[in-house]
Structure formats: C-alpha cells, structure tokens
Ligand binder design. Structure first.
Ligand SMILES: CC(C)(COP(=O)(O)OP(=O)(O)OC[C@H]1O[C@@H](n2cnc3c(N)ncnc32)[C@H](O)[C@@H]1OP(=O)(O)O)[C@@H](O)C(=O)NCCC(=O)NCCS
Length: 164
C-alpha cells in the first residue's frame, strides 16, 4: 500500500552553496522549454507514456497564486544544454513547500537533485523561509531516501496533530 509521507526540515542557517561542475542550474525566468518539463514528468511519473498537455502544466504551476519563475529551478547538463531535472518552491510566510522534484532517469545518482535542492534551500532562506516541507509516497523509496539524506524528517507528533 502506498501512503503519503510528509517530511520536513528546519533551516537554522544559510545553507552552503556547492558546485560540482557537472551541470548548471537556471530558473524558469531563464525561459526553459515547458516541453522539457512535460518530458521529465512523463519519464519520472508516467513511465514515459502519455505526457501531459501544456494546459495541465499551467494548471499545476503557472496558474497557482504562489508560483514564481524565480522559484522554479532546472538542472542543465553541461554536455549539450539538456534539461535533466527540475524542482519548484512554494513560499508561504516562513514556511516553504517543495513541489515537483524530478530527474531524468539517465542522469540519476549523480547529484542532480541534490544541486537543485541546494539552490532551492538557499533561495528559501533568502526569502525568509525557515521550515521546509516535502510530500512524497511511502512506495517512492528513492525520494524518501533522498529527502532523509538531506536532513528531512517526519514532523514531531505535536505538529502533525496541529495540521489535522
Ligand atoms: C528522487 C530523485 C529526484 C533523486 O534524484 P537524483 O538526482 O538521483 O538524487 P541525487 O543523485 O542527488 O542523490 C542524493 C542522495 O539521495 C539518496 N538517493 C537518491 N536516489 C536513491 C535511490 N534510488 N536509492 C537510495 N538512495 C537514493 C542517496 O543517499 C543519494 O546519495 P548517494 O548517491 O551518494 O548515495 C529521482 O530518483 C527521481 O526523479 N525520482 C522520480 C521522481 C520522484 O520520485 N520525485 C520526488 C517526488 S516527491
């Protein structure tokens, strides 16, 4: 059975920016192609089948009141300018919600998602966010392992009761 898993992390200092040189990170303000997001989404969540139409991307992201082009990051491979990963941040006061993290299957386990998360955490800190949350599924073992590796944990029981 697949259950939602909420993971959260308190930011207590500005995260350290790191560069591994394997890819660069841009934002949606740099005008990457929406088609590339749809391709990554199809490969990551739909087994490469039936990519969403652009209208769905608009509904899920561009049309959301919280969406900011500066808060959506893309990893671009250094060997051919290919988008290989993406992540989006929703800011709500001092709380931030992570959305739509995904990495091209051929580019996984090489630090792409880590670089994207680092860009997000730095921008979140600069925007005054001190608590970051991500929702994933218990059956998505790589995502759960990834967030735990980066210090995200189940919220304390008192916080869980408050959010009900
Ligand atoms: C989860 C995901 C984004 C990770 O992307 P990635 O670029 O491969 O992650 P990184 O290379 O930065 O991994 C950093 C660490 O996370 C953990 N991790 C990542 N993938 C893992 C896997 N398949 N199994 C176990 N641990 C994993 C490891 O600790 C890893 O460090 P290591 O490689 O030194 O052991 C990617 O697997 C993906 O796109 N999955 C499908 C979409 C998805 O589930 N998105 C999240 C929705 S909530």
């Amino acid at each position: 059975m697949s259950l939602p898993v909420d993971l959260t992390k308190r930011l207590s200092a500005r995260p350290k920016p790191t560069r591994d040189g394997k890819h660069s990170v841009i934002t949606f303000a740099d005008r990457p192609s929406i088609e590339d997001w749809l391709r990554l989404h199809s490969e990551s969540f739909l087994g490469g089948r039936a990519p969403w139409p652009e209208t769905r991307f608009r509904r899920e992201l561009l049309d959301r009141l919280w969406f900011s082009p500066e808060h959506m990051w893309w990893a671009i491979s250094n060997d051919g300018d290919r988008p290989i990963g993406t992540i989006t941040l929703e800011v709500d006061g001092d709380a931030g919600q992570i959305h739509w993290l995904m990495v091209d299957p051929a580019a996984r386990r090489s630090g792409v998602a880590s670089a994207l998360l680092q860009a997000l955490e730095n921008a979140a800190w600069d925007a005054g966010v001190r608590q970051l949350s991500a929702e994933t599924l218990s059956t998505w073992a790589p995502a759960v392992a990834f967030y735990r590796r980066h210090g995200y944990q189940a919220p304390p029981i008192a916080d869980r009761a408050k959010s009900r």
